[in-house]
Write a protein that binds this ligand. Structure first.
Ligand SMILES: Cc1cc2nc3c(=O)[nH]c(=O)nc-3n(C[C@H](O)[C@H](O)[C@H](O)COP(=O)(O)O)c2cc1C
Length: 194
């Protein structure tokens, strides 16, 4: 039985992005042949690096702070330079998600930053693969991909609400991302013979 291992390398300052990360994990684990590992990048250890090194795919996640990934995520990204030196993560799959207080909040910049990080490592970026929701008079905020991102998953949580207020559509979108990356990792590892 083929199997893939997908790691989620995430940071969350106040718990909101953690809820998105858990939904990504649930999406990965909805694929029977896939295993998920959550790695909080705030305090990396040898064991955590080993999990990322062993992954077939790494999904990067961070809140958007001041229009980019959080400082803690940037510190992690800089620490990946040891892997970059030897292109240790070459040809792994990658994707990403971010969450912020505003509907836009410049989240696209964070997703672009995450995709560049993946590209510097020679990883293959997996897009969200969902049409945008909530963009007609008959659609609504409960649509998957309600904020209309293509590059990865973008979520919005109110600045005056706790992590339990993370939007159900954003959780659903995050589950989709996790399942998609796991499925693509399986296809990439075990291509159907043509
Ligand atoms: C230092 C800081 C900078 C922030 N910058 C932005 C921003 O640029 N755009 C935005 O929409 N929200 C911004 N926010 C709001 C956070 O993205 C939002 O509260 C998010 O849910 C926090 O996620 P977390 O609980 O996982 O840390 C900022 C919050 C903080 C603390």
């Amino acid at each position: 039985m083929p199997s893939v291992h997908v790691a989620i390398a995430y940071y969350s300052g106040y718990g909101h992005t953690l809820e998105i990360a858990k939904a990504v994990r649930d999406g990965i684990e909805s694929v029977p042949e896939a295993r998920a590992d959550m790695v909080d990048v705030a305090d990396m250890s040898d064991a955590k690096w080993a999990i990322l090194d062993a992954g077939d795919a790494i999904i990067f996640g961070t809140p958007t702070y001041m229009g980019s990934a959080s400082g803690a995520f940037h510190a992690f990204a800089e620490a990946t330079s040891k892997r970059w030196m030897t292109q240790q993560w070459l040809d792994k799959l990658a994707s990403g998600f971010t969450n912020s207080g505003s509907m836009s909040g410049d989240k696209l910049h964070t997703l672009q930053y995450l995709s560049l990080l993946a590209a510097q490592h020679g990883m293959h970026w997996v897009s969200l693969g969902l049409m945008p929701g909530w963009n007609t008079t008959t659609s609504n905020e409960h649509d998957d991909n309600r904020l209309g991102f293509y590059l990865g998953a973008g979520a919005q949580t109110w600045n005056d609400q706790g992590p339990d207020a993370v939007h159900t559509a954003d959780l659903s979108t995050a589950r989709h991302l996790g399942a998609r990356v796991a499925t693509q990792a399986l296809r990439y590892q075990h291509p159907v013979a043509s």
